[in-house]
Design a protein around this ligand. Structure first.
Ligand SMILES: OC[C@H]1O[C@H](O[C@H]2O[C@H](CO)[C@@H](O)[C@H](O)[C@H]2O)[C@H](O)[C@@H](O)[C@@H]1O
Length: 583
């Protein structure tokens, strides 16, 4: 059954004052839309990011009346008088662990062009590093930004705050850049939020505390521990990992399902605690919901929209009953392949850390939990005909006895998405010598990927359907390239290693060419051709960009770049490796 959505989990005093601020900012956002009109420079997120420069009541009293609404000049002078610039509550932080060319940086990158560019990407950490201004903790009621104790690295452009899952790839890049202290700070900020909210919010803003994002905190701890050997750091983070696991096991996320042999499995889904428009996109969500008449149905749509944002894939035909109609989002009825992959990894990581800290019973318990989830993933999500893992769609008609659903083969979604291959990533983290998918199965999954149509000229497409949503064709996203390529690299066969390197090469080249042409790193790329950044979705293409920088640095570390390997885009008609489309 669907959980009744509530508001954020923050403390009540904080909540009351932050909701007064948010209510004001949402009024400003609506008036700004009226004044500026959609398109152009109007971005609804900017208005909920404005820090108050004065008392909230004074600012609320001075807001020009909604009708007839302020002129452009009146709006600008109102904003200048009562608010700071968006992003001004984060201050620049010169990270002390940054060096222009760290010792031992990318030893296998021999090509001068690749090396010079990698150093430019590395230098972007300085641009993206920030600290939360001390005024935020002193007067939290004036900021939607959440105070954080340590240094942060933001994705860039409109994404002025920390994001949960982006941080995993930011950390992978920082470790290549030998910025261990900054990497630790990022993890400890997330730990601080778990201590405060019981989970890691989507991002470090009060309006993001109604949901999380793909859970990769344990993976961040594991990578930092692998690079530094710092057991005390693991000890500090460990209680928060247990707390986060309980959040994902709670009734809003956990679903029981009985397979065809009568065995009951537990798997997880995304579900936000929110049934209103997303504040950062409220005008957009309201416009979409205007097609719907009843308040109850609007609330259901808002709940699905926020739950989709929890998935990180906002938005995609993956979550829609009808791929051309966003009002058919049904994310809370889906058991996603990638979410369950990440929670399996979390359980395994916790088992490893518990053992390291001498908590053997806890280690055993989490090892068992991970084994049970492995069986659940193989029973519920695996499809042996397609040789892929598929999202499972729950029925909406209440066909569920005592909270347990009955598995049906036709409920697996047979459409092809890059997420169907994400469990391959687990091959990079074997338990002893045992891989998540054995050599024979990994080979079959790889063949299925090669025949899927997802492998394109400049990387792996998100899906096969162009819906103009940003998590669909023709966009390719950095995290997806990295998870699949790392999985292939550790799958054991020479062919898988070659395919991993081929994907990484295409990705690095398209990032390089686009950087050369636009002087920027982009949040997503159009994989149809080398050298194109991505588009679609509800906001303009963004640059910066945290996870993109992390992924190229990590690929360059994993695969190197020999002296004479071309880094420019291949010229038209040049040979393309078998199993991939020329795009
Ligand atoms: O403002 C709209 C949405 O923006 C974010 O989503 C996108 O950017 C994030 C930061 O890079 C990324 O983590 C996410 O995968 C992207 O889809 C935000 O996370 C959403 O909650 C927000 O509604």
């Amino acid at each position: 059954s669907q959980m009744a959505p509530t508001t954020a989990a923050a403390g009540s005093d904080d909540e009351a004052s932050s909701s007064a601020l948010l209510a004001l900012l949402l009024r400003v956002q609506t008036e700004a839309l009226g004044t500026l009109g959609p398109g152009g420079d109007f971005d609804p997120k900017m208005y909920v990011d404005l820090p108050l420069a004065t008392d909230e009541r004074a600012a609320a009293a001075a807001l020009p009346p909604a009708s007839p609404g302020p002129s452009r000049e009146e709006l600008a002078s109102y904003l200048a008088r009562y608010f700071g610039e968006p992003g001004s509550d984060l201050v620049e932080a010169d990270p002390p662990d940054f060096e222009a060319e760290p010792r031992g940086f990318l030893p296998r990158v021999e090509s001068p062009a690749a090396r010079a560019w990698a150093l430019q990407v590395h230098a972007l950490w300085k641009e993206l590093a920030r600290r939360v201004a001390p005024g935020v903790a002193a007067r939290p009621e004036r900021h939607t930004l959440l105070p954080l104790p340590g240094r942060v690295v933001v994705p860039g452009s409109r994404f002025r705050e920390v994001y949960y899952w982006d941080s995993y790839w930011v950390i992978r890049g920082l470790l290549v850049s030998k910025m261990y202290d900054t990497a630790k700070d990022i993890v400890l900020n997330l730990v601080y939020m778990v201590e405060k909210y019981g989970f890691v919010p989507n991002g470090a803003r009060s309006y993001y505390t109604n949901r999380s994002q793909p859970p990769l905190l344990s993976s961040m701890v594991l990578e930092v521990y692998g690079a530094t050997g710092d057991v005390e750091f693991v000890r500090r983070a460990f209680p928060s990992l247990l707390k986060e696991h309980s959040f994902w096991m709670s009734e809003i996320h956990n679903v029981a399902i009985k397979d065809s042999h009568g065995q009951v499995h537990n798997l997880s889904r995304y579900q936000a605690r929110w049934n209103k428009p997303r504040p950062e996109s409220a005008t957009i969500d309201e416009e979409l919901a205007s097609k719907i008449n009843s308040i109850a149905d609007k609330e259901k749509l808002y709940h699905q929209i926020a739950s989709t944002a929890e998935s990180g894939w906002d938005f995609s035909s993956r979550w829609m009953r009808n791929s051309t109609d966003m009002t058919t989002l049904a994310t809370t009825y889906i058991l996603p392949v990638d979410l369950n992959t990440f929670i399996f990894k979390m359980e395994r990581d916790i088992a490893v850390f518990a053992k390291l800290l001498g908590e053997n019973a806890t280690s055993e318990k989490f090892l068992e939990a991970s084994k049970a989830r492995h069986i659940a993933i193989d029973s519920v999500l695996w499809n042996s005909e397609m040789e892929q893992w598929l999202d499972y769609w729950l029925p909406t008609d209440g066909d569920c006895q005592k909270g347990v659903y009955n598995w049906k083969s036709e409920s697996q979604n047979r459409k092809i998405f890059a997420s169907n291959f994400i469990p391959l990533w687990l091959n990079a983290y074997p338990s002893g010598s045992v891989q998540f998918a054995d050599a024979a199965k990994s080979e079959r999954v790889m063949a299925s990927l090669q025949n899927s149509g997802l492998l394109c000229a400049a990387g792996i497409a998100t899906s096969l359907t162009n819906t103009s949503q940003q998590w669909d064709f023709p966009n390719g996203w950095p995290p997806v390239q990295h998870l699949i390529a790392e999985g292939l690299l550790h799958s054991g066969s020479e062919e898988a290693t070659r395919l991993a390197e081929d994907i990484a090469t295409r990705w690095v080249r398209t990032n390089y060419a686009t950087h050369k042409a636009t002087s920027a790193m982009h949040e997503k790329y159009d994989v149809e051709a080398c050298g194109k950044f991505g588009g679609g979705g509800e906001y303009k293409p963004q640059t910066g960009f945290g996870w993109s920088n992390g992924v190229v640095l990590s690929f360059l570390e994993d695969f190197g770049w020999p002296e004479h390997k071309e880094i420019d885009c291949p010229r038209r008609g040049e040979v393309v490796l078998a199993g991939t489309q020329s795009g």
